[in-house]
Design a protein around this ligand. Structure first.
Ligand code: 5GP
Length: 113
């Protein structure tokens, strides 16, 4: 797949403040936050989106979800709640084609769609 800004960030080629990092993912603040808390959890492995995940990515897929929970707790959302969003392709509004999960919270979020 083509390289993206998230590829460069996940490889450490662009210095950013990391909210969380482990073997599989890096988490950063969204550039244009849609809620008081808006963190992006980005796997280090370049995958276009959730539709590109293969059976061998099972551990990575689990790691993304675990990291989302870790980030949500770290940002103090455990009691108030959190929304995790994965956009894939055009109708979903994906703009950066490197898999990432949005971790949103800190205000009452509207209904989806
Ligand atoms: P998508 O619509 O692809 O699911 O979400 C892409 C997200 O990445 C958007 O919320 C956008 O604000 C964010 N974004 C785009 N470019 C950058 C960047 O260079 N740095 C950061 N931190 N976020 C970005």
């Amino acid at each position: 797949m083509e390289d993206t800004i998230f590829g460069k960030i996940s490889r450490g080629e662009i210095p950013v403040e990391k909210v969380y990092e482990d073997e599989f993912v890096v988490a950063i603040q969204d550039l244009a936050p849609q809620a008081p808390v808006h963190i992006l959890v980005i796997p280090k492995k370049p995958l276009r989106n959730v539709l590109a995940l293969q059976p061998e990515d099972r551990e990575l897929a689990g790691a993304v979800l675990l990291a989302c929970g870790e980030v949500a707790r770290k940002m103090g959302l455990e009691a108030s709640g959190v929304r995790i969003v994965l956009n894939a392709e055009g109708d979903a509004g994906q703009t950066v084609f490197h898999l990432h999960a949005h971790v949103l919270g800190g205000r009452r979020l509207g209904t989806m769609g």
